[in-house]
Design a protein around this ligand. Sequence first.
Ligand SMILES: Cc1cc2nc3c(=O)[nH]c(=O)nc-3n(C[C@H](O)[C@H](O)[C@H](O)COP(=O)(O)O)c2cc1C
Ligand SMILES: [Fe+2]
Ligand SMILES: [Fe+2]
Length: 398
Amino acid sequence: MIKNCLNNDIFLAGVNDRTTDLFEGLWPIDGVGISYNSYIIKDSKNVLVDLSKSFKTDEFFDQISAIVNLEDLDYVIINHMEPDHTGVLRTLRRINSKFEIICTKKAVKMLKDYYDVCDNIRVVEDGETLSTGKHELVFYHVPFVHWPETMVTYDKSSSILFSCDAFGGYGALQGAFFDDEYSEITYYEKESLRYYANIVAKFSTPVLNAITKLGLLDIKTIAPSHGLVWRKNPERIVELYKKWAKYSINGGENGITLLYGTMYGNTENMMNAVAQGISESGMIPEIFDVARTHPSYILPSMLKNRGIIIGAPTYEVSLFPYMQQVIQKAVIKNIKHKKVAYFGSYGWSKGAYKKVQEMTSGMDWDIHEGLEFAGRVTPELYNEGCELGKRFVKSLEN
Ligand SMILES: Cc1cc2nc3c(=O)[nH]c(=O)nc-3n(C[C@H](O)[C@H](O)[C@H](O)COP(=O)(O)O)c2cc1C
Ligand SMILES: [Fe+2]
Ligand SMILES: [Fe+2]
């Protein structure tokens, strides 16, 4: 895909990835895909802002060549070293050994470690500028959005922010590139939240720091390296990222994620009781079967909702493995400050509830209910489950 982008001398060149099934080898993107966006600034000096994964390299280079000969590139700005934005760098260097790489100091070692690139590197300080002719680019360091070396690039003359991973999302582009070209962007917003919960949530404090730092700029367009270019309403994606980043600090919104796993249906029965109690109190929980839903799809709900209820049986004196998996990922992603309840069936020894407590210590998960029951859900237990659900809704009000 190539698009005369934003104004006459800035172009979007990028590839849609619709065949990688797991992003980062971990998060399912089958069915939605992802784009790797790169930007060409055609000026007295020719610039590429970020590159692409080493994937469809010919297609990517052909797009650039349609605008600027690869031999005539003067600068390649590496905002972020992760291989989804740098994978083609070694090949590009073989074609053109003279372009200067613009990056932060922390990226220098990574350039050597990943690509054995050591020459023609210009390290830029936070706030440093580079004139390319008509355009004046300013580099702002935004460490840990997403890696320690990460920066963003701001073009003063067009007020475009090239933000790399920040403000990006899953979802290959559907032949249109800008927010205003889609009548419905709910799909991209939802996939951006999933991307945020999967990839960015761990770095919510750096994200908020970056938003504060960049808040002083006059930004007319946000051009990330994944997903839509936001030119009609750039404030929208900034506000969403700000809201999502704050969830890691304030615990999220008034809602309930109800997770369950079951082997023989007893814990599932109790889940129905708890869900009934919740709904009788006027809320509808978001329910996930942890064995059948990849954590990638569960984490956005856990990040967003202040209430998390965990229903899982004891399995070999511990917690049902799929539940361990989703809780472990929530811990890694810094999903903190939650109100939590546990319920689950056991056969003879218990062990699941203890494991939940162990796994989440240090996360400020206020686990104020633990309903462990032997075997089946009796009518009395069903009522207890309903009551647990009702009490949980009340506890969220405090
Ligand atoms: C492979 C396996 C391991 C189990 N390990 C334990 C255990 O260590 N301690 C225990 O009390 N129950 C254990 N159980 C029993 C289950 O916790 C019990 O059957 C429970 O009722 C299952 O709930 P469910 O119907 O929701 O799957 C185990 C069951 C299975 C199938
Ligand atoms: Fe990244
Ligand atoms: Fe990325």
